[in-house]
Design a protein around this ligand. Sequence first.
Ligand SMILES: Cc1cc2nc3c(=O)[nH]c(=O)nc-3n(C[C@H](O)[C@H](O)[C@H](O)COP(=O)(O)OP(=O)(O)OC[C@H]3O[C@@H](n4cnc5c(N)ncnc54)[C@H](O)[C@@H]3O)c2cc1C
Length: 294
Amino acid sequence: MESQKRYTPVYSCEFFPPKSEEGRSKLRDTWGRLAELGPRFFSVTFGAGGTTRDRTVETVQQIQQDSGIEAAPHLSCIDSTRESILELLATYRARGIRHIVALRGDMPSGMQEPGEFSYANELVAFIRAETGKHFHIEVAAYPEFHPQARSARVDLENFRRKVEAGADSAITQYFYNPDAYFRFIDSCESMGVDLPIVPGIMPITNYVQLARFSDACGAEIPRWLRRRLENFGDDLESIRAFGLDVVTDLCRRLLDAGAPGLHFYTMNRAEPTTAIWRKLGLQRQAVSAEDTTL
Ligand SMILES: Cc1cc2nc3c(=O)[nH]c(=O)nc-3n(C[C@H](O)[C@H](O)[C@H](O)COP(=O)(O)OP(=O)(O)OC[C@H]3O[C@@H](n4cnc5c(N)ncnc54)[C@H](O)[C@@H]3O)c2cc1C
């Protein structure tokens, strides 16, 4: 964890682009409330197979205009061509976007070919080659390893490829076992991979939904946590109170050990993130280019 300690912590929040007017209005309220905490940036996901491309662009633009917080679109390889990526990068440049989360993405069922880029490292290299240092590029990291990885070692080597292709920082898949993160950082350090790797944080508010997500993305809910959450049945209030305790404790341990910030998977809701933020006693973050690692 030593290398991570020299980075100034960066706090950020992730949204998905809403489909309906009602969803858009709720999200505006959410980012308004989260902006008061002073996060460094808001990121917006990119749907499987590019299905949200236009909505991602729109949402990013609105965040940038309305919230006063930097917006970072996610971009994936699935169904993308060099031309479509260039077009999107030009749109983002024209709209003053300087920050991108570059991913491979997951193939929607029924789709056979990923597109012109097979892996995130190819996308990162392409963005760098075409746009130089214009964008701050984030990539994904997996402290519990990517579910399709042949082995932990191969996954680490593939992570290194993305860093060598030009990533500036990384955000992890969520996890509830801090040792997985600490070990991941130590392995990166011993491979000479040195960049801020910010833990992704998933607040716990609904066990059924969390279990479904976790199965799909390969994030482990430890047995003790699973059994406790199961015990609450459909008592959502108790799940939230318990989840708040567990996740705040996780965040505290990560920050105390030197994690370079936290990235909250908000699911477009403000309350679970603000509750953790306040319980952690985080001060409003200074949004100044000089005192961040971005
Ligand atoms: C912070 C974060 C944000 C995300 N946002 C989105 C989003 O907006 N939209 C979305 O669709 N998904 C998103 N995802 C999910 C992500 O797209 C999936 O986890 C996907 O399966 C992997 O994407 P990646 O960029 O990590 O892929 P990669 O880094 O390309 O890795 C994918 C797999 O291929 C292997 N691999 C990597 N490079 C090579 C190579 N050169 N040769 C052989 N094997 C290789 C890796 O070991 C791994 O098993 C996000 C994930 C995270 C952690």
